[in-house]
Design a protein around this ligand. Structure first.
Ligand code: BTN
Length: 322
């Protein structure tokens, strides 16, 4: 890979609407024009379209459709996730995250184009096709009690729903505790794993899967009636770089809120996104299964469900059938 590729990429992305001459780039980075030309050729082989006009210069006109670690690093310049790990294929970004956190103390972002053994909650498999979705794990180091994990999930759900709404203009809904739906079909699931000790939680490994540009054929037949993607709902492709940037910004914003504010201050926003109110649904937690309506969400994230005999049930987590 060209030594100057990352610097040149960043510079061209910062001046995306302008043509930048080879001479100017050469002066900027104190290298020869041939070195600049070589770096541009490398960018082209990696999926960037670079327009080159005589007497004007170079301009990036489109970016790759696969994850490129240099572009990601440029987009996340101001992010707390300064350590990013981008893979072509992994078993599961969660598994990789658990390995990497042993060697790193800072926040980590792990992204893969494909997962061969992607996993969901309750040990369910999670299908993770190439170039279509966003399969990512984030490692964070809060200093919190075990009880606070339930509210972490609530803040993250809002962050994901808000990013989807802003980028796609669709109407995402949160299905407590860990899913996001659009038009009654699942578009995103996330799971939160923790490492902790007797003092509390010191590491959160949050794995997020989002169906972005899937066509119906991209889903296994068994989930075609229940799963959806941004593309299926909006009838257009979403630029995965625009989305991941919006998602990380939103997660950082709500993570900061999680660390500094009680959930009750965001409860109304959460309820505005929630899809489970006033619907009789099936709730399963371990061996317990009931049909009922959600009537309250407590400040500590506990969901209160009223069954048809009038009995109240409290859930900290559950599988809900819509
Ligand atoms: C669920 O809906 O049950 C949660 C799905 C979580 C899927 C994501 S994809 C990235 C990360 N790696 C995994 O193996 N799982 C999570």
């Amino acid at each position: 890979m060209s030594k100057y590729k990352k610097d040149i990429l960043e510079y061209l992305m910062m001046h995306k609407d302008d043509y930048i001459s080879g001479q100017k780039l050469a002066e900027q980075f104190n290298v020869s024009r041939t070195a600049i030309w070589k770096a541009i050729e490398v960018l082209k082989t990696q999926g960037y379209s670079v327009e080159s006009i005589k007497n004007k210069g170079y301009r990036i006109t489109s970016v790759p459709d696969h994850w490129d670690r240099d572009l990601l690093s440029y987009l996340l310049t101001d992010s707390i996730f300064q350590k990013q790990f981008v893979y072509e294929e992994v078993t599961s970004t969660q598994t990789v995250a658990h390995e990497l956190l042993m060697e790193h103390d800072e926040p980590l972002l792990i992204l893969s184009e494909i997962q061969t053994v992607g996993r969901g909650r309750f040990k369910r498999p999670w299908a993770s096709k190439r170039d279509t979705g966003l399969w990512m794990s984030l490692v964070l180091h809060p200093n919190i009690s075990y009880q606070q994990i339930a509210t972490f999930n609530l803040f993250i759900s809002i962050a994901i729903a808000e990013a989807i709404k802003n980028v796609t203009q669709l109407e995402p809904k949160i299905k407590w505790p860990n899913d996001v739906y659009i038009n009654d079909k699942k578009v995103c699931g996330f799971l939160t794993e923790i490492n902790g000790d007797s003092d509390g939680v010191h590491t959160i490994i949050c794995g997020i899967g989002i169906n972005i540009n899937h066509t119906i054929e991209d889903f296994d037949e068994s989930i075609r009636d229940t799963a959806t993607s941004f593309k299926l709902e909006s009838k257009k492709e979403t630029d995965r770089y625009i989305f991941i940037k919006a998602l990380i910004d939103s997660i950082e914003h709500y993570y900061e809120a999680f660390l500094s504010q009680p959930f009750k201050e965001l409860k109304e926003i959460y309820k505005g996104y929630s899809m489970i109110w006033d619907r009789t649904l099936r709730y399963t937690e371990g061996n317990k299964q009931i049909y009922g309506k959600a009537v309250d969400l407590k400040d500590d994230g506990v969901l209160v469900v009223l069954d048809d005999t009038g009995e109240r049930h409290h859930f900290i987590s559950a599988d809900i059938e819509v």
